[in-house]
Design a protein around this ligand. Structure first.
Ligand code: PLP
Length: 401
């Protein structure tokens, strides 16, 4: 599907062609439409946004704000006031941990996370813990990689202030029951942050339907540029939490005695925003939307099922996480006792890009009793041939050991 939109996929690596790129959970490749829109803006529009009276500045501002509207539509947020541009999921989560923590948490208060979180959704809260001495409560996972929902319910008490969990695991491919997670938290009057880094490229997101309080995602994981991401937050929370960083754009008036802050969303956007990247992000979201998540889902489901079927033909293959039907397009595996790093390095020599290691989820690795895995993750441009190449590659590597 649409491989021709992604020039990098035509690259020859170690004399192997075509490149089999299966590291999409780390970052996706960019379609021409995204790169060209950004180049076009640099060549023909570039000027700093919001502050200029001149033509180019106004045009750049219009483009930047139109991109915010595209993100709003993509998430189905109520208002563009609820769309904050950040550098990515990591910054979005840090913003919430830091600012929500400052406004609403004190020593002894608790945040609920899960055992399958990415480091960005653990360490951000540990930084707050170091400041305020809060407590991290962890939802355990089952052996087949699901959250223990009964244990989740038991974690709530009068000190619970926020729940912060991933929508889709970047290691196990588990799609978490975020609707139930949010409903249960709201029954306890606790807000929820959803880490959407791994769900936005694959699933249709409707923040109003989910009723999440915060939602974070990264542009580069959904065919957009690096260096830009989004924090969605319900206005009622964003109004009540303090700014994250100080600087230009986020203020109304400044004096040495007293500074007043700008309206939403600018209160959280200190300094010159990456207005070129916001154009790229909007193009990427338009690109994905023009294909449609129904089509993407059918295609990626087919790839995931096919990959399970074919991978299981390999002797000694172990796939972590839920069974194929419950799996998003991320597959972590281990073959016999071949070290994941050896497997990844040798696959690379065959022109197949996978990721190896702990995938920024060391607590999850500890829970699984391993040090790392090999991970193949799919995007809309991957094909069954890519999976055949992966299977053949693993078989060749296995024979060497
Ligand atoms: N959360 C999850 C589940 C992820 O997979 C990632 C990246 O791999 C992140 C957060 C961090 O994303 P970024 O590095 O784009 O900020």
């Amino acid at each position: 599907m649409r491989k021709e939109d992604f020039p990098i996929l035509q690259k020859v690596i170690y004399g192997k062609y075509p490149l089999v790129y299966l590291d999409n959970a780390a970052t996706t490749q960019k379609p021409r439409q995204v790169v060209e829109a950004m180049t076009e803006e640099y060549y023909n529009v570039n000027a700093n946004v919001h502050r200029g009276v001149h033509f180019l500045s106004q045009q750049a501002t219009e483009l930047h704000e139109a991109s915010r509207e595209t993100v709003r539509q993509f998430l189905n947020a109520r208002s563009t006031s609820e769309i904050i541009f950040t550098r990515g999921t990591t910054e979005s989560i840090n913003l919430v941990a830091s600012c929500f923590g400052q406004a609403f948490m004190k020593e002894g208060d608790e945040v609920i996370l899960s055992e399958m979180e990415h480091h960005s959704n653990i360490v951000s809260w540990q930084l707050l813990q170091a400041r305020l001495n809060i407590r991290l409560r962890i939802i355990p996972i089952t052996d087949d990689g699901h959250l223990c929902m009964e244990e989740y319910e038991k974690l709530f008490n009068e000190r619970t202030r926020i729940v912060s969990v991933t929508h889709v695991s970047n290691v196990l491919g588990t799609i978490n029951p975020v609707r139930d997670i949010i409903r249960i938290a709201h029954e306890h009057e606790v807000p929820v942050l959803i880490d959407g880094a791994q769900s936005t490229p694959h699933l249709n997101i409707d923040v109003q339907e989910l009723d999440c309080d915060f939602f974070a995602f990264s542009g580069h994981k959904i065919y957009g540029p690096t260096g830009i991401g989004v924090l969605y937050g319900k206005e009622k929370w964003l109004e009540r939490i303090p700014p994250y960083m100080g600087g230009g754009e986020m203020i109304k008036n400044v004096s040495f005695e007293r500074t007043t802050f700008n309206d939403l969303p600018y209160k959280f956007e200190a300094g010159t925003p990456d207005y070129i990247a916001s154009t790229g992000l909007a193009k990427a979201l338009e690109y994905v939307t023009s294909i449609g998540f129904d089509t993407i889902q059918v295609h990626e489901k087919d790839l995931t099922n096919y990959a399970f079927e074919r991978l299981m033909e390999i002797e000694g293959m172990h796939i972590y996480g839920p069974k194929a039907e419950e799996h998003e397009a991320v597959i972590s595996f281990q073959v016999g006792n071949i070290h994941h790093l050896d497997m990844g390095t040798l696959l690379d020599r065959l022109g197949i890009a996978v990721r190896t290691g702990h995938h920024c989820a060391e607590p999850l690795m500890r829970r699984l009793g391993i040090e790392g895995t090999c991970r193949a993750s799919f995007a809309l441009y991957n094909t069954r041939q890519d999976i055949d190449a992966l299977v053949e590659g693993i078989q060749r590597v296995s024979k060497m050991f």
